[in-house]
Design a protein. Structure first.
Length: 263
């Protein structure tokens, strides 16, 4: 991860040492292989330099980069990018533009990217995304950025809906979803069921399971049980039995009468 900037480069074609504007170029790679080889950073910086050279004003670019950094991290959670955002918000800092070669360099979460653009508008600095030809200092650029981000969010929502429907179909067919339940976890859940049948409260059951040394779902025997953990264990046991019953019913009848099984 590179927190120190390169020496600002004046791309105006003039010998004047005082640029008209300072842009912060941000580059990011997420994989270890890219981090070790530098693959990707050079290409991103070259694209940003090309943008600065094409501008009519004298724009100096400070390059900053982060290696092995996931785009799913919020901008404020990235050490380098968070510093750049603080600088852009500072009226005394000459930097007024954040430039990236691609939208996904800012983030892969649509909500995070939209929040960043909203922050830029409130604080008075601009965002440039070269792959979309977007410059939020212009009304057209802001509109394009908003539309593209909204389309990306719609695609994510549609993907989530397709996943939800697929999981619901598998659950209706008797497929047990989630992590496989270990024999130890099942034994603890069965013991909890016996104790609740004897009239013990969830808290009392938790104390009993801890005293008997039964491990929680994580397999940790040292971590004490609590009422919520007991409740989850009992719920998991019921799901297992329901899934097994549906699977047996489907195997016997060759069909899945899901409506009659709903409660």
């Amino acid at each position: 991860m590179s927190a120190e900037p390169d020496i600002p480069t004046n791309h105006s074609g003039t010998d004047s040492p005082s640029p008209d504007a300072v842009a912060l170029g941000y580059s990011r790679v997420s994989t270890v292989e890219q981090s070790r080889s530098g693959l990707g950073i050079a290409a991103q910086r070259s694209a940003i330099d090309g943008w600065a050279a094409s501008r009519p004003d004298r724009t100096a670019v400070e390059h900053h980069s982060e290696n092995s950094t996931s785009g799913m991290l919020a901008p404020d959670e990235r050490p380098v990018l968070s510093v750049l955002l603080d600088r852009l918000a500072d009226p005394a800092d000459p930097a007024g533009t954040l430039v990236v070669s691609r939208l996904d360099r800012l983030g892969r979460s649509v909500i995070d990217v939209l929040a960043l653009m909203d922050r830029a508008e409130r604080e008075g600095w601009s965002v440039v995304m070269l792959d979309l030809n977007v410059d939020t200092t212009t009304p057209a650029g802001l509109m394009i950025a908003t539309v593209m981000a909204s389309m990306a969010r719609m695609e994510r929502d549609m993907t989530s809906e397709r996943t939800r429907l697929a999981l619901a179909e598998r659950a209706a067919a008797g497929v047990r979803l989630g992590r496989p339940v270990s024999d130890q976890t099942r034994a603890a859940a069965q013991r909890a069921e016996q104790l609740t049948a004897d009239g013990l409260t969830l808290r009392a059951v938790a104390d009993a399971l801890t005293a008997e040394g039964l491990p929680r779902a994580t397999g940790d025997r040292q971590r004490p049980w609590n009422a919520m953990a007991v409740k989850r264990a009992l719920h998991t046991l019921r799901l297992d039995r329901r899934a097994a019953a549906k699977a047996a019913h489907t195997a016997t009848t060759g069909s899945d009468n899901t409506l009659s099984d709903r409660r």
